[in-house]
Design a protein around this ligand. Structure first.
Ligand SMILES: [Zn+2]
Length: 279
């Protein structure tokens, strides 16, 4: 939900993955098994963890300290699934659990985007729930029908929002004051991202809720006057104190900072750049 800067690819990466890449190229994507995808990317996880402040690239929950975290392939490497048309088959999180009930994804093919399994630009840090429980082998795109199996050189428009590039998540997602997420203006990107990663699961909303309420309360306490030049204040705090609290809550290192910024902008009409520039 927050935009991060992709870590630079270290020179050692190319050397580390050269053999695995050669093997895949030789086989041309045919008859691949798990053995053809040794998890060499794990060696480089710390770089993504650092760049993403230890947060999942999809749900923005904190990953470090509580779980291993996955180096997730944005485009699935081994096979491909599709979101079901019937929304009842998207599944629901079991109460007090990480598991999901009734999620029935449609298989598309046994081949994925194997040629970018060892491409730096295809990686991000994700939590186990977003990656393994919800996204699995999904990669929604705008084109329909799509090229199956996926082929190199075929242009596709990914609908899954990427924390490093492509459409800005803030233009496609919105949150209410209780932390519930929904697509902004019926955005297809927003819808597909929520459905793919299960971003509307209740446990997540539970974590986001108090942060969203705090963000909304602080934003509402700033009354934006004409031209954003002056801010009126409705609480006992000074304008500077409120701005400090908002900046702290929306600091990139904090979980759900992306949501905080979206909520603040919606209520005050001030972008995060505006908020940080105000004094
Ligand atoms: Zn996540």
């Amino acid at each position: 939900v927050l935009r991060f800067k992709r870590p630079s690819e270290p020179p050692s990466f190319q050397t580390a993955v050269a053999d695995a890449r050669d093997n895949l190229a030789k086989k041309g994507g045919k008859g691949l098994t798990e053995k053809d995808f040794p998890s060499l990317w794990s060696e480089f996880k710390a770089l993504f963890t650092d760049a993403q402040y230890g947060k999942c690239g999809y749900c923005e929950s904190s990953v470090t300290g509580t779980q291993h975290g996955d180096v997730e392939h944005y485009r699935p490497k081994g096979s491909l699934q599709e979101l079901p048309w019937d929304r009842a088959r998207l599944g629901k999180e079991k109460p007090n659990s990480t598991s999901v009930d009734g999620r029935k994804l449609d298989p598309l093919c046994d081949e994925g985007y194997w040629w970018i399994a060892y491409e730096w630009s295809n990686y991000l840090l994700a939590c186990a729930a977003c990656n393994q429980v919800w996204k699995k082998c999904l990669f929604p795109i705008a084109e329909a029908p799509r090229c199956v199996p996926p082929m190199q050189g075929v242009h596709e428009t990914p609908l899954l929002l990427n924390p490093f590039e492509g459409p800005d998540p803030a233009d496609h997602l919105r949150f209410d004051k209780l932390g519930a997420i929904e697509p902004r203006d019926d955005s297809r990107f927003g819808r597909a991202t929520i459905d793919t990663c299960g971003l509307d699961r209740l446990s997540l909303q539970g974590w986001r809720g108090p942060v969203a309420q705090e963000a909304a309360r602080l934003a509402e306490s700033l009354i934006v006057a004409e031209g954003h030049a002056h801010l009126g204040v409705r609480t006992g705090w000074s304008e500077e104190e409120i701005l400090d609290k908002i900046r702290s809550l929306g600091d990139a290192r904090r979980p759900y900072a992306g949501m905080v910024r979206i909520i603040v902008q919606e209520i005050t009409d001030l972008s995060w750049d505006d908020i940080t520039a105000l004094s």
